[in-house]
Write a new protein. Structure first.
Lengths: 275, 275
DNA sequence: ACCTGAACACCGTTCAAGT
DNA sequence: ACCTGAACACCGTTCAAGT
């Protein structure tokens, strides 16, 4: 009732950069890009703005730190999953069968084999999931990239993917190209997917994701037939696609390109595909 | 002299949505994301904010319109270059022997052949150049994608690439996957490159791009050897890479994956590579 | 129908002052 | 060294009023 929202929690731990970043992530998760405000932060942390500025230079730095933290967690979680080279790594990750339209016997690499390809897929899905959990992540990633292209986040992702590119046997001269291609595809596709999910949740909360894609598909079908013949033709495919399956197919496509172009001897072996 | 900046130009043409978007692009080009302000716009167009709001719902819509306009121009410019459809698709695609590691006799497809591959490269470089000319474009693209994933810009790019994927002979069932992979790579890689250029220009105006990459490369070499062995190893490659050559190599990599995976009969023919 | 411009609510950031 | 909180400059947006 009081117009003055009372401080939600007495400050138990001293203010610290870490605590501030943590609160920032919570605010972003709860209310999106617009939810992170120095005033909201101030209230949640039970301080004044000056206290925050003591630990953090400005809002951009805070956003970068939040982005860094979330990406680091995603990559660390993945690394743990494939950690012990020995570990049987548990049964088959029965998270959920997904069950999209029909096929997709397995959407993801069910058994975490230790091949470089599977590790790349694991890293990719780690980022994929992080973007679904934190819908603000793709945008912030793009913003940070434009602020400092080779800043703190890029090396993290680059390293995770690059190690596996090296393990694949790609000759050193092509490491940069191959890794860049993978990273660009992964960030782009995962981001697009996260945007879909977020829009489905936000714009039409009562409607599920399938219905959202259905609406988008219908919009595509109503495009000008002269200007957009291809997009119209592919509208149904867009509606019916399963995200994770599609994402995985794209990764395999890039992996196939890498092996075909840079591992002339082993075309057949590397990528799974239909087989 | 007067503290009040006099209206820079008497309004010659009536205010229109088109004129507003044009001014918005000019402001973005001149001063970046922060340069577009309703106050700046108001002054440049010699009006009040209310007039602008008569033609445009809000700032997001204006940014979307500016993004749309720039992308449309980029794609139209490319389309003009490769007009004819009659082409018998040429002999055996002697586009270029690739030969990555050192030479780069010519960075881009010099002669605009009519093969689908070359048209894809042309579209890609059209977007690449647009992002270099308009450093705010990658970020706005990402923002628009997160606002309305299948909005107005996506179909434009999707259509341009997708038509060529179809012309490539990719079976219909794979159109969506193949086109998505190409689009994600192109947007991601072009955006990263644009960020590099923009940072080189902005942060260190007196220093050229090569020196900027040199600095970034040095930063990579100083990363923790235990945590970042790959990134450190690839730092020199990052420093020495030629942007357009690299960009093209990535496109060819994805194209190779598409042909290898989806055109089983014609592995040799499509993408140039070493042959 | 189209435009004006004062006013409002909100935001990032600063800084003199406290402990 | 770390925190407080009032104050400042600026921004997107609204709206009663004009033509």
């Amino acid at each position: 009732m009081a117009t003055r929202t009372r401080r939600t929690q007495r400050r138990t731990e001293a203010l610290s950069r870490e605590r501030i970043v943590e609160a920032a992530v919570e605010l972003l998760d709860a209310a999106g890009e617009g939810g992170l405000t120095f005033r909201a932060l101030t209230e949640r942390l039970a301080t004044g703005p000056g206290a925050i500025y003591w630990h953090v230079a400005n809002k951009d730095e805070l956003l970068d730190a939040a982005t860094d933290a979330v990406v680091a967690t995603a990559l660390a979680a993945e690394r743990a999953g494939s950690a012990g080279s020995a570990g049987p790594a548990g049964p088959a990750e029965p998270t959920e069968p997904a069950e999209p339209t029909e096929p997709a016997e397995r959407t993801e690499p069910a058994e975490p084999s230790n091949s470089p390809q599977d590790k790349i897929r694991a890293v990719a899905f780690g980022l994929f999931d992080a973007m679904e959990d934190h819908p603000w992540l793709p945008t912030q990633l793009a913003l940070q990239l434009s602020r400092s292209p080779w800043g703190s986040v890029t090396p993290q992702i680059f390293e995770s993917i690059g190690r596996q590119v090296r393990a694949l046997g790609v000759p050193e001269g092509h490491w940069f190209t191959a890794t860049s291609a993978l990273v660009h595809y992964i960030l782009g596709a995962a981001g697009q997917n996260a945007a879909n999910s977020a829009t489905a949740r936000t714009l039409v909360p009562d409607v599920d994701r399938a219905e959202f894609l259905d609406a988008a598909s219908k919009a595509w079908k109503e495009l000008d037939p002269d200007d957009y013949p291809f997009t119209r033709a592919v509208a149904a495919q867009m509606r019916d696609h399963d995200d994770r399956e599609q994402f995985l197919a794209g990764i395999d496509l890039v992996l196939t390109g890498i092996t075909a172009l840079h591992l002339p001897g082993e075309r057949g072996r590397t990528t799974s595909s239909a087989t």
